[in-house]
Design a binder for this molecule. Structure first.
Ligand code: GLV
Length: 323
């Protein structure tokens, strides 16, 4: 019996690639050269299954060009805003993602951004690395003086799997937790956090606000001008979800004019070509979308995609199916 043909669009972990090779007729991308969007549909039409990353764009046009061979796209990401889900469904192409295994990694980067933004890590690092520390005026009350986390209130937007872990970790820093979510979560999951059914009601209470919801039409610009204006001047905005949840104009305007204290951002609209105004802001601590980027997590995400492919062709249960 001929083995199903599987394409892996980018380099994934060695162990996951090995497992695929053992079971399928596999085309790996060992050089990790991105497949240009213009060639993606044509290439995928030669395969029964694809393992993809969030760098690959599977839009309506892609699915309209499918010839019926491709049966599954297993993404190595939790977020699937790069995939037109209704279009995939219409073409009966199964979409799986890789949730849960990255929750701790993203929570860790969230805390890194909180600390980085609050304690002026960007300015401190630049000063040391530029060799200018020796010339700086180091005084007791101003020099690199930031904001504390202990005893402060963290508002979480999206109390899902990642939001709840962030809440737990932040409690370890002595923070109080409040949250906004589509629905109030059970007392068992809420762990004492106070629920707000309206994001704008929560904003004035936040010393820190961190976004943990997926990018959907409903959450686009969930942090908009109105919400940002309700934050206090010492507030710090954190985003490890997707850039689309933030209105860049509103956030940049607030940072430029010190209407809020700082931001810590791992994700941006139009990555990696982010709005260049972010680059000039000393009060914006930025990372290049590395929320899940630790070796163990990336290996686990790779394995999850492979296991979803295996499940599909073995007709067993998917680990995580979107549609
Ligand atoms: C990372 O951003 C992911 O969606 O997995």
């Amino acid at each position: 019996m001929t083995k199903p043909k599987i394409l892996v669009t980018r380099k994934i972990s060695d162990t996951a690639e090995q497992q695929l090779n053992d079971n399928f007729d596999v085309t790996l991308n060992l050089k990790d050269k991105a497949i240009p969007y213009e060639n993606l549909a044509k290439t995928c039409n030669e395969y029964d299954g694809v393992i993809a990353t969030s760098f690959d764009k599977f839009d309506k046009n892609f699915f309209n060009n499918m010839n019926g061979r491709l049966k599954i796209i297993a993404s190595v990401a939790v977020g699937y805003d790069n995939i037109d889900i209704p279009a995939a469904k219409e073409k009966n192409i199964i979409i799986t993602n890789a949730p849960n295994v990255l929750n701790d990694a993203v929570a860790e980067v969230t805390l890194l951004l909180m600390l980085g933004a609050a304690r002026k890590a960007l300015e401190g690092l630049s000063l040391v690395k530029s060799g200018k520390w020796k010339d700086a005026k180091v005084d007791f009350t101003n020099f690199m003086v930031g904001k504390p986390m202990t005893g402060k209130t963290l508002g979480i937007i999206g109390m899902g799997r990642i939001g709840r872990i962030v809440a737990e970790r932040a409690k370890g820093f002595g923070m109080k937790i409040i949250y906004f979510n589509r629905k109030k979560v059970s007392a068992e999951l809420e762990l004492g956090a106070k629920y707000f059914d309206n994001i704008n009601k929560m904003m004035p209470h936040c010393d820190y606000v961190s976004i943990h919801c997926p990018a959907t039409p409903e959450t686009k610009h969930i942090l908009n001008k109105e919400a940002i204006q309700l934050l206090s001047q010492h507030a710090i905005v954190i985003n490890t979800s997707r850039g689309a949840t933030v209105d860049d104009n509103a956030l940049i305007e607030a940072l430029e004019n010190n209407k809020i204290y700082a931001a810590g951002l791992d994700v941006f609209n139009n990555e990696p070509k982010l709005d260049e105004r972010y680059l000039k802001l000393n009060n914006c601590f930025t990372l290049p979308h590395i929320g899940s980027a630790n070796d163990e997590t990336r290996a686990a995400m790779s394995m999850m995609a492979v296991n979803n492919i295996v499940a599909h062709f073995n007709k067993s249960a998917y680990l995580s199916r979107i549609v």
